[in-house]
Unconditional design. Structure first.
Length: 229
């Protein structure tokens, strides 16, 4: 994959999956623009010398998102990894907690997609979102109904948007990971079979392909990246 000279936005790029995605894109020659929320994220980011970091703040804030994308020249691809997970029963999820999941996972993704489409215009490009396994397998969302619902909305939006912007040469897809092999997930589930979990580098490779010029035909896909789990 050759991203030489191509500008790519990565939200959530300072996280575990984000670092793998950014590393993959840098090796492919991309000029990466990575958003962050807290200064500590920027300071500890291992690729900070090779990317442009943007202090964006709340990605559910339309003005902040529009300003971020307005600072990126000739946008080729927009990869939306930012999000949040909450596992709670429905009776323990009040409206505030529900809206937090909706804002963090769906609204932020929607606004970034909107800004990316505006920036790309009729010049073509690629958009990659992140859904989740419960977005495809609804029963697996038991115990995390708000999260599963917000990610299902991301999946539905991805397919609808892909149809809307295909005429402009913009191909929109999403990946749907199961539990990924990250230090945080290992700590949270110490007795799990880590070998069965998809590695962030493997998920990053799928994302990079979908965002690349090599992807000439795939659109409207919600690609399962489950590993062996």
């Amino acid at each position: 994959m050759d991203f030489t000279g191509r500008h790519v936005v990565i939200t959530g790029g300072t996280g575990a999956l984000g670092r793998a995605v950014v590393g993959t894109l840098i090796k492919a020659g991309a000029q990466c623009h990575v958003s962050y929320l807290h200064e500590a994220e920027a300071q500890s980011f291992p690729h900070k010398q090779n990317v442009t970091l943007h202090a964006v703040g709340d990605l559910a804030d339309q003005a902040a998102v529009d300003a971020f994308y307005g600072a990126v020249p000739k946008l080729w691809a927009s990869i939306h990894l930012a999000g949040g997970f909450a596992a709670q029963s429905v009776v323990d999820t009040d409206k505030a907690k529900l809206m937090q999941q909706v804002d963090t996972n769906f609204v932020a993704c929607f606004l970034c997609c909107r800004a990316a489409v505006k920036a790309m215009g009729h010049n073509g490009g690629r958009i990659v979102n992140v859904a989740a396994r419960p977005a495809l397998e609804w029963r697996s969302g038991s115990g995390m109904v708000a999260y599963a619902s917000s990610k299902a909305a991301v999946a539905a939006m991805t397919v609808a948007l892909a149809e809307e912007v295909a005429k402009d040469g913009i191909l929109v897809n999403a990946v749907a990971p199961s539990t990924m092999d990250t230090p945080a997930n290992r700590k949270a589930m110490p007795n799990a079979d880590f070998a069965a979990w998809p590695k962030v580098e493997e998920v990053a490779a799928t994302i990079a392909f979908l965002a690349s010029p090599d992807n000439a035909v795939t659109r409207g896909g919600i690609v399962p990246v489950y590993g062996k789990s």
